[in-house]
Design a binder for this molecule. Structure first.
Ligand code: BGP
Length: 464
């Protein structure tokens, strides 16, 4: 049995748009998920749109107490831009009041809140002005970050600019699976580049306020992304390795270089330009990106990325293709989500961070297993016997512990999402929690079998 360091922290990860609900209450504006839900509710599993979340807005006290009762000492959520600011960019006092109340209660309970500013939840009025394709929106985000830092500067110890900044460029603009369903790599690169600028401007605002004493010197800022070491076939061809370079470049190095060196990887920018999808670089951007260095990093890990040389280099819309998926014959799949389960990936990437970015401290900011129809696993007392979740987390933690033993600077673990929550277009199809949310029973919470196991591990640091 392995043991994690005594000061290793355990907590929960979730987000504002997936938990709060109350989507039109207290001056909250529409965000892109509400707009999509209004336009086509059939696109969401069982027609459950973004409206209710898991009701955290009304149940935050109960939920924080539940997290605490499992021995967790921190959680991450996000401020919803569409709740905190009005259309003129001014603080919405009722929106701010919710976050103040929630932060105060967490503090009273001794729980650290990791506060993220953006989790795929563009306010709709800004989306209509171009969303991440527009520089105006990049500026608006910097203003939002500034307002949030000022408002909560003395209440939050750990800030994050973005969760998984790679996801919207891919899902919304490259693969066209999320609203507004664009399939154009040129537009995807524009959004990815603009998000990198937005992150950097926000870090710049943070540092300014820290220098002015509005934010205390020991408060940290970071970025969270879903990273994965890209794997390819055994005995790869030079073309397979080229696919790995671009996959790694766009997904991992883009963000890692930004947050450690304050620049983007030149080889990736060059390839994008050569293939007709250039980053929209303007004079002066270099200085903005240089502000993007952070204090630490969040590493979300769900699955590895396996790629090989693409069969075609251009798709039917004229978009360059950098890689094709590689199906590893030995892969094990979580059938509910269609994602590969490969715990060793968390170790491989931890070691890669240690080797390539030795000064960077990180924590596992998301990791979890979503399972459909957990009703099938209820025992005679109605408790979900989710042994598969225990096995999943145990396996991953063992690899984390091994990486730490070998020098990786990993300081904690947040499980996604501890309490079941709303998962985008999958709504409540796949459940991630150690704690069940009973939709047919007024959204009441109930512990699953794994909750007790988690508590043991979180409090003893022994991976039993
Ligand atoms: C991450 C996101 C989360 C969360 C999780 C599980 O990529 O940061 O918001 O949803 O994945 O994925 P899903 O909800 O799609 O099953």
């Amino acid at each position: 049995m392995r043991k994690l360091p005594d000061n290793f922290f355990f907590g929960a990860a979730f987000s504002g748009p997936q938990t709060e609900g109350a989507y039109k209450l207290d001056g909250k504006l529409e965000n892109i998920w509400d707009t999509w839900s209004d336009q086509d509710i059939g696109a969401f599993y069982n027609k459950v749109g973004s409206y209710v979340g898991n009701d955290f807005y009304h149940r935050y006290e109960e939920d924080i107490l539940l997290l605490k009762s499992l021995g967790l000492t921190s959680f991450r959520t996000s401020i919803q831009w569409s709740r905190l600011l009005d259309q003129d960019g001014k603080i919405n006092p009722q929106g701010a009041a919710f976050y103040h109340k929630m932060l105060a209660f967490a503090k009273e309970q001794g729980m650290d809140v990791f506060m993220n500013l953006y989790h795929f939840d563009m306010p709709t009025y800004l989306f209509r002005r171009g969303g991440w394709e527009s520089r105006e929106v990049v500026e608006a985000y910097a203003h939002y970050a500034h307002e949030a830092f000022k408002e909560f500067g003395s209440e939050v110890k750990y800030w994050f600019t973005f969760n998984e900044p790679i996801v919207e460029p891919e899902q919304r603009y490259r693969d066209g699976v999320w609203y507004p369903f664009v399939k154009d790599i040129k537009r995807s690169v524009v959004t990815q580049y603009h998000i990198a600028l937005a992150h950097s401007l926000a870090v710049g605002e943070f540092r300014k306020l820290q220098n002015e004493g509005v934010i205390a010197p020991d408060v940290k800022i970071g970025l969270i992304n879903c990273f994965a070491p890209p794997y390819t076939k055994e005995n790869p061809s030079p073309e397979d390795l080229e696919a790995v370079r671009m996959e790694d470049g766009l997904h991992n190095r883009w963000w890692l270089d930004l947050v450690t060196k304050g620049c983007l990887p030149q080889d990736v920018l060059d390839t994008l330009a050569k293939k007709g999808a250039p980053a929209p670089i303007r004079p002066g951007d270099e200085g903005i990106l240089a502000q993007g260095k952070v204090d630490w990093l969040g590493f979300n890990y769900y699955q590895p990325k396996r790629v090989q040389a693409p069969k075609k280099t251009v798709d039917e819309n004229g978009n360059p293709i950098f890689s094709d998926p590689y199906i590893w014959p030995e892969r094990k799949i979580n059938k509910s989500r269609g994602w590969e389960i490969y715990p060793k990936g968390i170790y491989d990437f931890g070691i890669k961070l240690k080797e390539d970015y030795p000064d960077l401290t990180f924590f596992i900011s998301e990791n979890g297993m979503g399972v459909e129809n957990e009703d099938a696993f209820r025992d005679e007392n109605g408790v979900i016997q989710d042994d598969y979740r225990i096995e999943f987390v145990r396996d991953h933690l063992n690899w984390v512990a091994k990486a730490i033993d070998e020098g990786a600077k990993c300081v904690g673990y947040h499980y996604w999402a501890v309490i079941d929550n709303w998962s985008w277009s999958n709504a409540f199809k796949n459940r991630y929690g150690f704690i069940e949310v009973r939709l047919q029973d007024g959204y009441n919470r109930r512990l699953k079998k794994s909750a007790e196991w988690l508590k043991k591990v979180a409090t003893t640091k022994e991976i039993v």
